[in-house]
Design a protein around this ligand. Structure first.
Ligand code: FES
Length: 101
């Protein structure tokens, strides 16, 4: 078996240690298994509970949000450019997160 590639998930909140997630994993799966400040509700992109701000260098590496996610982000955080719904993001690169709710 080959080595599983991983990315590092880091939190801006104090008291939450960085951890390694499998490359390409659903971020909500990775965060559920870790000591994380991020809470989830629906996990389908509808409730906004999982709103996070992502460090801009990492944010630029993520695929664009879907139209539905972009609509919700616009209503939840119209003045913040680097926000995503954590339940709609895959761990495709190192990510530094700040939970906003
Ligand atoms: S958990 Fe509901 S939008 Fe992400």
């Amino acid at each position: 078996m080959g080595t599983v590639e991983t990315v590092q998930i880091t939190f801006e909140e104090e008291g939450f240690a960085p951890f390694q997630a499998a490359l390409g994993a659903e971020l909500h799966d990775a965060l559920d298994g870790a000591h994380s400040p991020v809470f989830f509700g629906c996990k389908t992109g509808n409730c906004g509970t999982c709103l996070v701000e992502i460090c801009s260098a990492d944010f630029a590496l993520l695929p664009s949000p879907s139209v539905d996610e972009a609509d919700l982000l616009e209503s939840l955080a119209p003045d913040r450019p680097n926000v995503r719904l954590a339940c709609q993001v895959k761990a495709v690169s190192d990510l530094k997160l700040k939970y906003l709710n």
